[in-house]
Ligand binder design. Structure first.
Ligand code: HEC
Length: 179
């Protein structure tokens, strides 16, 4: 191939590219695609199934007092391993991602001195009661919107009560059970 022929090939490629680009541009201008606000095809049943699933999930935790009567601190210690990713439990132990939880029941919110709590947690009034722990552990971010505790929550009533029963044992003198 001499250089003249080579130039012709290059020119042909460039023209082809230009035409392709212009074509795309023109098509876009002429047709102006718009995103659909709704799916053009509604898949029967999918929406209904999703709705059924959400309505079947409990909106909130069951009352804690009756649950505590049958709760097992031993089982709760096992379930509570998931909390141990972020929390320490021994008296005087240092914080991890979350604060130490020794003696948490009956302590005020944001109880650990020096821990960098969220504004949301610091703003909570009062002490941690059984009822409140029940709500918080069920769905942390619903109970304390803006909390730093990125944990989905324990939805199973007995599992949650077991964990609370175990937290109760982490104290110099465990708080009386709720009636
Ligand atoms: C992914 C890490 C993570 C996991 C898992 C986790 N937590 Fe937390 N937790 C945190 C953080 C961070 C905070 C501080 C929240 C804030 O400041 O808003 C916190 C705060 C708390 C508090 C409030 C403490 C106080 O001083 O007021 C309690 C109670 C608590 N967690 C219990 C639990 C229990 C029980 C579990 C397990 C069922 C658990 N957490 C699992 C990270 C976690």
């Amino acid at each position: 191939m001499n250089s003249f022929e080579f130039n012709k090939v290059v020119a042909a490629i460039l023209v082809a590219l230009l035409v392709a680009m212009l074509g795309g541009f023109l098509a876009e201008e002429l047709i102006k695609p718009e995103d659909l606000a709704k799916n053009a095809y509604v898949v029967e049943g999918v929406g209904a199934a999703v709705a059924a699933e959400t309505s079947a999930a409990p909106a909130g935790p069951a009352p804690i007092a009756p649950l505590m009567a049958a709760a097992s601190a031993e089982a709760g210690q096992k379930t509570g391993r998931v909390c141990g990713t972020c929390h320490s439990f021994g008296k005087g132990e240092a914080a991890k991602i979350g604060p130490n939880l020794y003696g948490i029941i009956g302590s005020k919110h944001a109880h650990m001195a020096g821990f960098d709590y969220s504004e949301a947690m610091k703003a909570m009034a009062g002490d941690w009661t059984f009822e409140e722990l029940n709500e918080f552990i069920f769905n942390p971010r619903a109970h304390v919107p803006g909390t730093k505790m990125t944990f989905a929550g324990i939805k199973n009533d007995q599992d949650r009560a077991n964990v609370i029963a175990w937290l109760r044992t982490l104290a110099d003198s465990p708080v009386a059970l709720p009636k």
